[in-house]
Design a protein around this ligand. Structure first.
Ligand SMILES: Nc1ncnc2c1ncn2[C@@H]1O[C@H](COP(=O)(O)OP(=O)(O)OP(=O)(O)O)[C@@H](O)[C@H]1O
Ligand SMILES: [Mg+2]
Length: 481
């Protein structure tokens, strides 16, 4: 069967994923990663195309991959996405109108950029009483696109599509699954309650109740979500059945007897005064029911998860994407990523960048300990990490506040982290706390089947957040086959 290759050329690492088209879906068959030569990219432009091409060729050889149907993506400040609303018109007329919009909206001259547009839907304009077209506009500096084409030409790869990264970030994720795992983690931290020091520092989230005034789906959402299975479960519960029939509660769940009756109405009252990060104990029934809720909502295609933010924390930048009702509604690039943390460490303790990289990965900056020795970590390292993470969190928060102010009816309610930076110890908990929304690390295997024997489970888990863009790009390639 034919396959497509996703090639993510990051400032820190080159990532490649191969996805094969199968009869009903797509299968992930190969993954590979290799360091990007130092200083090879600058503001999204590949400034050392020969060096990068050599590494791509070496990685393709290592993976025994023939570069066919390759999809890659440009990123950075020179890549811009805009959502336009235009009166109904033909495609040619639209092309002319979009050209004017490019001139008006893009902060660099139109002759220096490559752009494309797509009509993505319709909106009703109240003021004119007319149906209008929603147009998605993408523009990238020609210099960036040319540097990619030159690099790929040098390694004899003919790209089928050059995409833009914000689109590919979410393609490998399922927002429904991400929301389900947020609920799952909330349930677990509620049940185990009893905060470990880190949980205590950052808080955990109620499954039933409210977060920052917003209710999370809880037991009384069962009907609302139209989940037949859960409705039946509620009836079963009211009739005194064991809600967890056939479910293994797993580790850490006390094996108490399930009470004969569960008062659904009483259980769903939000606790007075509950605020972001506050902890409320939930009953075992609720925990178990929430597990079923999670499983059913992940499977149920009618269930639309709430608006969520996805952060791709790379080395050079953090790309922020807001996703609502299966649509990308907002993007922003924040110029702070994992490299800024390593640089801050190197500067603070006067070490090499390799040592700074190692210190970043082995320091628990929240607990203030060295993960390898278990002893107290160097306070200078802890402060360096903390100051960059705080700056990043501040920018993300400002952006979400800005977004929420203009989307009051559908604000951001949860978040997903991908990219290598997502692996920083304690980052996901810290951001959850700082932003006041629950967050999880994304697993980019929602839209592909994975042969675990072929790829190795430990490798899959270790590289999960890092490979999101490359898998998303390969999936785009499969759509084109
Ligand atoms: N265990 C870890 N803890 C902390 N940071 C990590 C860990 N593993 C990787 N990183 C960081 O992740 C970053 C690399 O991630 P990724 O490969 O997603 O970046 P990139 O795509 O090359 O960068 P960009 O998207 O900005 O061009 C580096 O800054 C690296 O230090
Ligand atoms: Mg990246």
């Amino acid at each position: 069967m034919a396959s497509a290759v996703g090639l993510d050329i990051g400032t820190h690492a080159i990532k490649i994923a191969e996805v094969r088209k199968t009869r009903n879906a797509a299968a992930l068959v190969r993954l590979g990663r290799r360091a990007t030569p130092l200083g090879a990219t600058k503001s999204g432009v590949i400034v050392k195309p020969k060096d990068v091409a050599a590494e791509i060729s070496a990685l393709l050889r290592e993976m025994r991959l023939r570069p066919r149907n390759v999809v890659t993506a440009v990123a950075g400040q020179g890549v811009i996405l805009r959502s336009l609303v235009m009166p109904p018109m033909g495609r040619d007329e639209m092309a002319e109108a979009v050209k004017w919009e490019v001139q008006a909206q893009i902060p660099f001259p139109v002759e220096e950029c490559v752009y494309d547009f797509d009509i993505v839907g319709e909106v009703f304009d109240d003021s004119s009483g007319q149906a209008k077209q929603r147009v998605s506009l993408v523009a990238a500096k020609k210099e960036i696109v040319d540097s990619f084409i030159e690099t790929l030409r040098l390694c004899k790869v003919l790209p089928k599509v050059i995409d833009v990264q914000p689109f590919s970030i979410v393609r490998s994720l399922s927002m429904r699954e991400c929301w389900a795992s947020i609920l799952q983690e909330s349930a677990e931290s509620e049940l185990t309650d009893m905060p470990s020091p880190r949980q205590g520092a950052t808080g955990s989230f109620p499954v039933v109740g409210s977060i920052g005034g917003e209710r999370l789906p809880g037991l009384d959402d069962l009907e609302h979500m139209g989940l037949e299975e859960l409705r039946a479960l509620a009836v079963e519960l009211e009739n005194g059945a064991d809600p967890m029939d056939g479910i293994d509660p797993g580790d850490g769940v006390p094996n108490r007897e399930v009470p004969g009756e569960l008062d659904l109405a009483a259980e769903t009252q939000p606790t007075a005064g509950m605020a972001a990060g506050s902890v409320r104990s939930i009953s075992e029934d609720q925990y178990r029911l929430s597990e079923r809720l999670v499983a059913a909502s992940a499977d149920n295609e009618r269930y639309s998860p709430p608006c969520m933010v996805v952060l791709d924390i790379g080395a050079g930048t953090t790309d922020l994407v807001v996703y609502s009702k299966d649509e990308l509604t907002f993007t922003r690039m924040i110029p702070i990523g994992g490299s800024a943390i390593s640089e801050a460490i190197a500067h603070a303790v006067g070490c090499s960048s390799e040592d700074a990289e190692r210190l970043k990965q082995t320091t628990d900056w929240i607990e203030g300990t060295d993960l390898e020795s278990g002893e107290l970590a160097d306070q200078l390292v802890v402060s360096a990490i903390e100051s960059v993470v705080r700056a990043m969190a501040r920018e993300v928060r400002r952006t979400i506040d800005f977004y929420n102010a203009s989307h009051k009816d559908d604000p951001v309610r949860g978040g997903v982290l991908v990219g290598g930076g997502a692996k920083l110890v304690g980052l996901v908990e810290h951001l959850s706390h700082e932003l006041g929304i629950p967050m999880v690390i994304g697993r980019p295997y929602a839209n592909v089947s994975v042969d675990r024997k072929l790829l190795g489970t430990a490798f899959l888990e270790d590289t999960a957040p890092v490979m999101a863009v490359s898998i998303g790009l390969a999936l785009r390639g499969v759509e084109e086959l």
